[in-house]
Design a protein around this ligand. Structure first.
Ligand SMILES: [Zn+2]
Length: 293
């Protein structure tokens, strides 16, 4: 699933090609993309408008049109946005799973490909509606100034859920997913099953820096391609070649050489070096008497 570095890579590639252009035609071929809103209504409201800006909030791409209309696109599991892909039936052709087509005024196309069809497009009007929509869905931007160890520690206070679940919760930190959570926890030498509320300020400092470093390394590599992610030119990212632990079960830890293990945390396959990231001590179990049972 594309995370912040993948979505931001797509944004950086597309922004110079779409900003300042008029959306000549919008074809939403799969009504599920805009559900419950009628796709024809979204097409009618956006066709002919100038694309002023392509931004990103968490894992959302936000296309802002003249008249203060915002189209929020989420790629979810398998969404990709391809710029002017070849059309037809070849292996690289777009229409097979094309759910949405944007035709720009100079004739170039942008195609939203999405084999599993979980991606979404949502039209919002005005900055206020946009901010209200995002406020309940997105927490701190990990590349922004408010992403501090103190803020994280305050948010985690009293939380007994594993720190990995905390990192994955978009309402707390916007943009971190399974890949970057594993990489950051390894860099910070924190076990993913540690209760978030038990981390010290020093550990939050390490983890905060590790999240930023992992995301920046991902950005520098053009994102990570494990399944479907591609840049708008159809090129794979290369960050998967630089993973320290993610997907590397059985391989040697780059720090200590012990085998990396895969376990389950926050319901997700999670990769850890249990020497560099020691397991939290199990809470002492109360002695249960079997008398009288
Ligand atoms: Zn290790």
């Amino acid at each position: 699933m594309p995370e912040l570095p993948e979505v931001e890579t797509i944004r950086r590639h597309l922004a110079p090609r779409v900003e300042g252009r008029v959306l000549h035609r919008l074809e939403i071929l799969d009504a599920r993309w805009t559900a419950p809103e009628d796709p024809r209504a979204v097409e009618d409201q956006l066709a002919g408008r100038l694309i002023e800006r392509l931004g990103r909030r968490g894992k959302y791409l936000v296309a802002t049109f003249d008249g203060d209309a915002h189209l929020l696109m989420h790629l979810r599991m398998t969404g990709t946005l391809l710029y002017d892909p070849p059309l037809g039936n070849g292996p690289d052709a777009a229409p097979a799973h094309g759910r949405v087509r944007f035709t720009l005024d100079e004739g170039r196309r942008l195609v939203f490909i999405d084999p599993r069809r979980f991606g979404t497009g949502r039209l919002l009007h005005g900055d206020r509606q946009l901010e209200q929509y995002l406020a309940v869905r997105l927490g701190l931007d990990p590349l922004g100034p408010a992403f501090t160890a103190a803020a994280l520690k305050a948010m985690a206070r009293g939380r007994v859920a594993p720190v990995k679940a905390f990192l994955l919760d978009q309402r707390r930190i916007a943009g971190v997913g399974n890949i970057y959570a594993d990489e950051a926890l390894f860099r910070a030498r924190i076990h993913p099953l540690r209760p978030a509320g038990r981390l010290s300020l020093g550990q939050w400092r390490d983890l905060r820096d590790a999240v930023v470093e992992a995301l920046e390394a991902g950005l520098a590599a053009g994102g990570a391609t494990i399944d479907d992610y591609r840049t708008p030119e159809g090129v794979q990212g290369s960050f998967q070649n630089e993973f320290l632990v993610h997907t590397r079960a059985g391989e040697a830890c780059p720090e200590c050489g012990r085998a990396i293990v895969k376990l389950r945390a926050a319901g997700r396959g999670t990769y850890v070096c249990e020497r560099c990231q020691p397991r939290p001590r199990a809470p002492r179990r109360p002695v249960v008497s079997t008398w009288g049972s």
